[in-house]
Design a protein around this ligand. Structure first.
Ligand SMILES: *Cc1c(COP(=O)(O)O)cnc(C)c1O
Length: 368
């Protein structure tokens, strides 16, 4: 059996008509930049989330940067984020001129350790970028209270948490604004780069929209200097075609994760992902912790099973952050877990047979 880590081909085959029609419409109408398909996707996403504003942009990195920049974050400021994430969560802080301040993860859910945040808040702290990693929300209640107490902005990085919930509130609705990525492998993926911002703050929405479009809401009327970060019509049409399936796909991911939990439950050498109480984990990733992780990954590969590591190096230990002079002692949990975490294949189309085969192969590795 060959099991890829993600399988975008199957998904395309299952909605080929919808996608092909959507692309053809854009080509026929040459609606490449701006225009009705971009407007439609923004409206569709606003409706899905029940928010007043969705501002589409080129990718889920720009969306983070644009939010911070339009909140006035810049040189001399500090922004707090988590040690275990994709580099977008921190590089966008530096892009504004501010300094990224990292917090270790906790052991249960592998998300930011909310208990360590308060001690890192200083008079320079302007915002917290909270990443809902793997599809599970961090303890946003506690974090939102901290933001209120210290009057700092809460920004949610929802690149991995489309439709995730905590206490029946979706990821992306708790902060001043949230950033989404529609990178092809994300739970809602375009056929290229794409991202968006959602917010209920109309003034912020207008600024973000203007900034992402060269500082002009009306052509040639540049009120400020901006950047070029637009969602193109093709990606917008693909996203709108896929959007009606997102709930179903998410439920299938959750079902696959349940099946994994069951199939893997008696293997002492691994720890399966734990779901927070009152939380809806949407399983962008199914991350286990495993003894002899590298050997296990190699063994799975030999047996046709592709895995991945999210992420092999915690952000503060990347060469890019050498200048911050962190040591392993600063992030002991992230440092320990980096050698144990392993992401198993998960996507809506994965079958029970495939999951059983993966579980059996893991068992056979440990009984060698
Ligand atoms: C994917 C991702 C991003 C950025 O997405 P792009 O669209 O690739 O720029 C940001 N944050 C996290 C946590 C991500 O996983």
């Amino acid at each position: 059996m060959n099991i890829p880590f993600v399988d975008l081909k199957q998904q395309y085959q299952s909605i080929k008509n919808e996608i092909d029609t959507a692309i053809e419409n854009v080509l026929t109408e040459t609606a490449f930049i701006g225009g009705k398909y971009v407007n439609k996707f923004e409206k569709d996403f606003e409706t899905l989330y029940g928010v007043n504003h969705c501002i589409s942009c080129a990718n889920g990195t720009d969306s983070l940067y644009i939010i911070m920049k339009m909140l006035g974050i810049g040189a001399g400021d500090e922004v707090i984020t988590v040690a275990n994430s994709w580099i977008s969560s921190s590089e966008t802080i530096s892009q504004t001129g501010a300094k990224p301040v990292f917090i270790d993860i906790e052991e249960e859910y592998l998300s930011i350790n909310e208990k360590l945040i308060e001690q890192k808040i200083t008079s320079k702290t302007k915002a917290l970028i909270m990443v809902h990693l793997h599809g599970q929300m961090c303890d946003i209640e506690t974090i939102a209270q901290l933001c209120k107490k210290y009057q700092v902005y809460l920004i949610e990085d929802c690149a991995q948490s489309h439709l995730s919930e905590y206490n029946n509130i979706r990821a992306g609705l708790r902060g001043i604004a949230a950033s989404f990525s529609f990178y092809p492998g994300k739970n809602l993926g375009a056929y290229g780069d794409a991202g968006c911002i959602i917010t209920n703050d109309s003034a912020l929405a207008e600024k973000c929209k203007m900034y992402a479009r060269h500082g002009a809401l009306i052509k040639h009327q540049h009120k400020i200097e901006g950047i070029n970060s637009r969602l193109d019509g093709l990606q917008a049409a693909v996203l709108s075609a896929k959007l009606p399936f997102l709930i179903e796909w998410t439920n299938k991911r959750i079902a696959a994760a349940k099946h994994y939990d069951e199939a893997l439950k008696n293997i002492n050498e691994i720890v399966t992902p734990k779901v927070r109480a009152n939380s809806k984990h949407t399983f962008h990733l199914y991350v286990i912790r495993a003894k002899q992780r590298n050997e296990l990954a190699n063994y799975l590969k030999e047996k046709g099973i592709e895995t991945a590591i999210h992420y092999p190096t915690p952000l503060p230990f990347l060469e890019a952050y050498n200048y911050l002079n962190y040591t392993e002692l600063d992030f002991p949990v992230a440092n320990k877990f980096k050698n144990e975490i392993l992401s198993l294949p998960i996507y809506p189309e994965i079958t029970i047979e495939q999951i059983n085969y993966i579980a059996l192969t893991i068992k056979s590795f440990y009984s060698k």
